[in-house]
Each structure stands twice: as structure tokens, then as C-alpha cells.
Design a protein around this ligand. Structure first.
Ligand SMILES: [Fe+2]
Ligand SMILES: [Fe+2]
Length: 303
């Protein structure tokens, strides 16, 4: 066994970590637009040679907007998936039912919080920023796949948020404190979700033969490719927003180079940093070494 997660422990850890939206976003809160919102490891905006420091900061803040928007999208398919997973066995294990319903409730709270942050951002940034969507259409496309493939995508994403906070956000003293607090509070609850995802994946693997597992990995990669196409669109929208917000007109060559560089930054943020998370890899390994190897083979594309 590569873990010791169980519903009872998650349930008690969740109630200790729990917070209210007002704790994160008290009335009168404001974002500080003199600071970056995203850690450079994820944003990769300071490294662009032809952007001024001010333009790099604005693009970083637009990446913060994108993070709010894309997590909104993700959480809108996590919520129904978890409810559907809980529904068939409501009378078997009380800890299981309460832990999964708590998970769904927290995800609904996250959607609410991300929306409020999004409104705060758009209300003060001054330029409208594009976002892919609509969220329910993206969610429908993801959810039409094999439930094991969807559960693996969710497992990858929730471990990924642990990486984002611990590796990049926690010790970054430059970030806007309000945005940093959002990422911290999200991380606190996602840590328990990732454990529940691990248990969901195990339940969905039960009784599958090798061919069934291979099909789920095919579909996992299919969902990954679908999300990656969305990241291409989102990185272009981000650059449209940058040009609109700063008045900077990028040359055709700069625009193309920046689109490629930023697409790669989004790939790392939303796919690559999850694919290589040791706990995600351990879950794959437990399912099948072949599944682990297939994901390991594509992970460098998203680095
Ligand atoms: Fe969440
Ligand atoms: Fe979550």
C-alpha cells in the first residue's frame, strides 16, 4: 500500500482545516496591483526578454486571473463527479458518505470564493480579460469520459495544487498578500481532497482487467489533450489582454514567441506539475507499472 489514507482520518482533518469565505476575503479586501499575483515558477513572465518589468508584472496578474478562471472551470466538473461517486453507496460507510459530501461542499465553496476573487479582479484591473469556456461545456466534455480517467485527472489536479503552494507560493514574499492567502486556503483543503481522490481511484480500479485500465489511461490522455487545446486558447487570450491593458503592440514574431512560451508555462502549471507529483505517480504505479510508464513518457512535453 503506497498510502494510509482513510475516510475517517480525512473527515477529522477536514473539519480542523475548515475556513469560511469571509476569513479569506473580508469585506473591503483589495488586490495590490503593484505586486505579482503568481509565483514566477508558474507564471514565467519575468523571463521574457522583450517585456518591460511593468509589462511582465501585468502579464503575471493576467495569469492570476487565468488561475481563478481555470480553477472555476475545474471545480465545476469536480463537484458533480464527487456527488455521483458518493450517490450509489449512501448506506454503507458513514465516514465515506460524510467525507465525500464534505469534499463536494468544500468544492462548492471554492467555486464561490474563486468567483468572488474573479469579480474583485475584474472590478479593479480596468481591462476585461478573456477566459475559455463556458465552464459547463468544458465540464460536460470531461465528464463524458470513463469515470476512472476523470478520477485520475482530478487526482492529478489536486496533487498539483499542493505542488503549487508548497514549492512556489509559500516562501514567495513578493506576491500580493490577498492572492497568496487565497492560494494558501485552497491548498489547505485540497490536501484532504487529494487523499479522497486516491480512494476514489482505487474504488474505480477494483475489478478492472489490464485492458480496462489501459482504456482508462487512453481516455486520461484524451482529456489531457482536450484541456491542452484549451490552454492554447487561454494563452492567446492572455496576450490579447496584455496588449489591451498596456497598449503594447507586440510584433508578429514576438507575439508568436510569447504564445509558445506562455502555452508551455500554462502546460506546466495545469498538467506537467501534476503529472510528476510523487503521490500521483505512486497511485499510477499501484494501478499498473505500464500506466505509470505511459504518463511518464508524455510528462516532459508539459514541463
Ligand atoms: Fe478546490
Ligand atoms: Fe478540491
Amino acid at each position: 500500500m503506497h498510502h494510509n489514507f482513510n475516510f475517517k482520518d480525512v473527515l477529522s482533518a477536514s473539519s480542523k482545516a475548515s475556513w469560511e469565505i469571509e476569513d479569506v476575503l473580508p469585506p473591503g479586501s483589495a488586490l495590490d496591483f503593484s505586486k505579482p499575483f503568481m509565483p514566477e515558477n508558474l507564471a514565467r513572465t519575468a523571463a521574457v526578454p522583450f517585456l518591460s518589468a511593468e509589462e511582465a508584472k501585468v502579464l503575471n496578474q493576467i495569469r492570476g486571473h487565468e488561475y481563478l478562471a481555470l480553477f472555476g472551470v475545474v471545480e465545476e466538473f469536480v463537484l458533480p463527479f464527487v456527488l455521483d461517486h458518493a450517490r450509489p453507496q449512501l448506506d454503507e460507510d458513514d465516514h465515506r458518505v460524510r467525507a465525500l459530501l464534505g469534499f463536494a461542499n468544500e468544492e462548492a465553496k471554492h467555486i464561490h470564493l474563486f468567483r468572488q476573487f474573479h469579480a474583485l479582479f475584474t472590478g479593479s484591473f480596468g481591462t476585461p480579460c478573456g477566459m475559455i469556456g463556458p465552464a459547463d461545456a468544458i465540464g460536460r466534455e470531461v465528464l463524458r469520459h470513463d469515470p476512472l480517467a476523470v478520477a485520475l485527472v482530478i487526482l492529478m489536479i489536486e496533487w498539483m495544487t499542493q505542488n503549487h503552494y508548497l514549492d512556489s507560493v509559500k516562501d514567495d514574499a513578493e506576491l500580493d498578500p490577498l492572492f497568496k492567502s487565497l492560494l494558501k486556503h485552497h491548498w489547505m483543503e485540497e490536501a484532504q481532497h487529494a487523499k479522497l481522490d486516491t480512494l476514489m481511484v482505487e474504488a474505480l480500479v477494483e475489478g478492472r482487467d489490464d485492458a480496462g485500465i489501459e482504456r482508462a489511461i487512453d481516455e486520461f490522455l484524451e482529456i489531457g489533450a482536450f484541456l491542452d487545446a484549451g490552454l492554447v486558447d487561454q494563452s492567446r487570450m492572455n496576450l490579447d489582454s496584455l496588449e489591451a491593458a498596456t497598449g503594447r503592440r507586440l510584433s508578429a514574431r514576438q507575439r508568436k514567441a510569447l504564445e509558445r512560451q506562455q502555452h508551455q508555462a500554462l502546460r506546466w502549471t495545469y498538467l506537467g506539475s501534476g503529472m510528476i507529483h510523487p503521490k500521483f505517480v505512486a497511485s499510477l504505479e499501484a494501478i499498473s507499472p505500464a500506466a505509470r510508464d505511459r504518463i511518464a513518457a508524455v510528462a516532459p512535453i508539459f514541463a
